[in-house]
Design a protein. Structure first.
Length: 69
């Protein structure tokens, strides 16, 4: 018997994977056509914002640490 949360977990993983590859710019058009109808635009937006926030905070942390004597 399948757990009800496994479908939701699969969707979250697919959303994270789609956003990560999309930010790198290497995601193919066929994969977008396959995944896009099953994913929520709100989930994609929130995931992308979290990825970008982590990226910017990482850059700021590296810049602060490189600026120290």
């Amino acid at each position: 018997m399948q757990k009800p949360e496994s479908g939701q977990k699969s969707t979250i993983i697919r959303t994270i994977r789609m956003v990560a590859w999309g930010l790198l710019g290497v995601r193919g058009h066929k994969l977008n056509e396959k995944d896009l109808p099953a994913l929520s635009p709100l989930h994609i937006l929130i995931t992308a914002l979290i990825f970008m926030l982590v990226f910017v905070l990482t850059l700021v942390a590296v810049a602060i640490n490189l600026g120290r004597p």
